[in-house]
Unconditional design. Structure first.
Length: 176
C-alpha cells in the first residue's frame, strides 16, 4: 500500500491494526497516516510522523463549554446511578455531622478528600460501564471482569472513606 496516495472513501474512521502498525484516515482528503507504536509507546518510530497541528488559541467560551460538559457528566451520574445516590446521601450525612460536631479544619480536609475520591471513582466507574456497554452490548466475560474491577475500585475507596469518617467522628461519639 502506498501511504502517500489518498484513498477514495466517504467515511472517516479507525481502519485497523496489522503487526503493530495502526492505520487511520484523517480529514476530508482521506489520506492514510501510518504510524507504528514502539515498545516505549512513542509515536512515529518506524513510520512517517503524524501531522502536528498548532495549539488552538485560548478561548474563554471553550473553557466555559468544558465546564458545561463536565457538569453534564456529573448530572448524568447522579440521575442514572443508584450507587451515586447512596454516596450523595452519605456525603450529606457526613457534612451535617461535621457541622454538628464542629470538626477541625484538618479533619475537614480528610473528609473532603475522601468524599471527592469516592464520588470521582463512581463517575469513572460509570464511564467504564457505559463504554463497555458500547464496545460489547452482549454478555462477555472480559467485559464483566473490567466492570467488576472498576466497581471493586469504588468499593475500596468507599471503605477507605468510611474508615476516615470513623477515625474523624469516633472521638466525638465516645462518651468520656
Amino acid at each position: 500500500m502506498d501511504r502517500k496516495n489518498p484513498i477514495k472513501s466517504k467515511a472517516c474512521f479507525f481502519v485497523g491494526s496489522r503487526d503493530g502498525i495502526f492505520y487511520t484516515q484523517k480529514n476530508l482528503f482521506m489520506t492514510f497516516q501510518c504510524f507504528k507504536v514502539s515498545v516505549n509507546n512513542r509515536v512515529g518510530v518506524g513510520g512517517s510522523e503524524p501531522d502536528t497541528k498548532p495549539a488552538r488559541p485560548f478561548r474563554l467560551m471553550a473553557r466555559l463549554n468544558s465546564f458545561r460538559h463536565a457538569s453534564r457528566g456529573i448530572f448524568y451520574v447522579l440521575r442514572h446511578e443508584h450507587n451515586a445516590w447512596i454516596h450523595v446521601v452519605a456525603t450529606i450525612a457526613v457534612v451535617a455531622a461535621g457541622f454538628v460536631f464542629h470538626v477541625s479544619a484538618s479533619d475537614w480536609r480528610w473528609l473532603i478528600v475522601a468524599i471527592s475520591m469516592v464520588l470521582a471513582a463512581e463517575a469513572i466507574n460509570t464511564a467504564f460501564e457505559r463504554l463497555c456497554d458500547v464496545v460489547s452490548p452482549g454478555p462477555d466475560a472480559r467485559v464483566r471482569v473490567v466492570k467488576d474491577v472498576a466497581a471493586g475500585a469504588v468499593l475500596v475507596l468507599a471503605i477507605g472513606a468510611a474508615l476516615v469518617g470513623l477515625l474523624t467522628f469516633a472521638p466525638h461519639l465516645i462518651i468520656p
